[in-house]
Design a protein around this ligand. Structure first.
Ligand SMILES: CC1=C(CCC(=O)O)c2cc3nc(cc4[nH]c(cc5[nH]c(cc1n2)c(C)c5CCC(=O)O)c(CCC(=O)O)c4C)C(CCC(=O)O)=C3C
Ligand SMILES: [Fe+2]
Length: 404
């Protein structure tokens, strides 16, 4: 568990909180995935529209889905998460409908916005299945809704906000702590006293995305909110394990790179690292997909197939830790975050287990900006704090919030 002094909200977390308000509905918002062989190519075209992903990469990724019957596990996982969260909210007496929408597959964001409008839901709270700051993980969700509203002519009718990135929630990190403890115990049984390695893994992104993540007004480790948050989450998980980490090295690695080879993405790649582990005598590797919330295709293919094969090739033992999925601690943390936005009487304080304070409810306008090819300005976006408004960037030693 987090140290006791972290169990209360701090001034930075409070300064970054939006005023609690009424929402007519919560929309669990995700990536989406194909549900059969015929969906695979249309889905991949949706994902890569205007992104310059080479055709060979698309064909390669298609084979991952094809091998699984053309079905991504992600939709079933999101249905399960929606059901679990719906039950949790009902058990808490929080009366708010929970809908589900995707960026790249049915049910699409625009269709769900239309449905909300038809049902008279005007104030909507988006909850993304992504825990970290970053263009793909946070801002793009705000753009999905900004563009959807504009397309439908509903920008003045519907009001959309988004739940903050929740990478620093105890409830999000707990499943990884439990899973890593089990994985290390299993590896110990199979490797006697030899050194072990823990690889925390997340989606690689182009360097330009990584260094644009967060706001330029805030300083981050490695100059990247995306990298800094993953490092903080990984360190916190390691700290919780205590003695179980004796003789165990850890590092943050990246997976699922795409895009043309001449464009730099975050490194090192997980499989490249696994290859070199025998050189330092490592006998077993535990892989923690800290960057993902469910065991979707990028987890079961890139880790359970490719990384596992790389470990076998290197002659070392392999364990992959489960993602948060529908773990009760995670579902509870998501329900807490919703209650905080609604301002219910039972809403717990905002607690950042591994950051200086929780992230912004409404991201600064300069957060994770990305101008896509053929554009001259950022796309329409919801749920942000205008540029001319100061933001809470840090907290000094006296606990005073610094604005910039
Ligand atoms: C940061 C990040 C997350 C984590 C945050 C989050 O969870 O949102 C994530 C999640 C996911 N990515 C997924 C799938 C894909 N991502 C692709 C492409 C890309 N991802 C990127 C980044 C991320 N992606 C980027 C910078 C690209 C390049 C093109 C672009 O800028 O858009 C491509 C195109 C082909 C390829 O190049 O691989 C596919 C098929 C699935 C679904 C898995 C399933 O079906 O179970 C999920 C959950
Ligand atoms: Fe992706």
């Amino acid at each position: 568990m987090a140290p006791v002094e972290q169990q209360v909200s701090n001034p930075l977390s409070t300064a970054r909180a939006a005023e609690p308000r009424h929402f007519d509905a919560v929309i669990l918002s995700s990536f989406g995935g194909p549900e059969g062989q015929d969906d695979v190519i249309p889905f991949l075209r949706n994902v890569t529209r205007g992104r310059g992903i080479p055709d060979e990469r698309l064909e390669e990724v298609a084979t991952h889905y094809r091998a699984n019957g053309g079905v991504s596990p992600i939709n079933a996982q999101n249905r399960a998460l929606r059901d679990a969260l719906e039950t949790e909210l009902r058990d808490r007496g929080v009366d708010v409908p929970l809908l589900w929408a995707n960026r790249n597959w049915d049910p699409y964001v625009a269709d769900v916005l239309t449905e909300c409008n038809d049902r008279g839901y005007r104030d909507l709270l988006v909850l993304a299945t992504s825990a970290f700051s970053g263009y793909s993980s946070c801002r793009q969700y705000r753009e999905d809704y900004g563009m959807g509203l504009e397309e439908l002519g509903l920008a003045d009718t519907l009001h959309v906000e988004k739940v903050r990135p929740y990478f620093d929630e105890v409830g999000f990190l707990t499943p990884s702590v439990e899973g890593l403890r089990d994985a290390l115990a299993k590896l110990r049984e199979r490797t006697a006293e030899g050194p072990l390695e823990v690889l925390f893994t997340t989606h690689s992104v182009p360097d330009t995305d990584a260094y644009a993540s967060g706001s330029e007004r805030i300083e981050f480790e490695e100059n990247s909110a995306y990298v800094a948050q993953h490092l903080a989450a990984s360190r916190w998980i390691v700290d919780q394990l205590g003695d179980a980490m004796d003789g165990v090295n850890w590092q943050l690695v990246y997976q699922s790179r795409s895009g043309p080879p001449q464009i730099p993405w975050l490194e090192p790649d997980i499989c490249d690292v696994i290859e070199t582990l025998p050189e330092s005598g490592v006998q077993g590797v535990a892989v923690v997909p800290v960057g993902f919330v469910s065991d979707h295709m990028e987890v079961i293919w890139d880790l359970d197939t490719e990384a596992k094969d790389a470990a076998a090739e290197a002659g070392i033992e392999f364990e992959r830790v489960a993602t948060a999925g529908t773990h009760p601690a995670f579902v509870g943390a998501l329900a807490d975050a919703i209650e905080q936005r609604l301002g219910t009487e039972t809403a717990p304080p905002r607690v950042s287990a591994c950051g200086q304070g929780t992230w912004f409810d409404n991201c600064p306008a300069d957060c994770c900006t990305k101008i896509l090819r053929g554009q001259t300005e950022p796309r329409p976006t919801v749920a942000q704090t205008p540029l001319d408004q100061p933001i809470a960037v840090a907290m000094d030693e006296q606990g005073e919030v610094i604005y910039r």
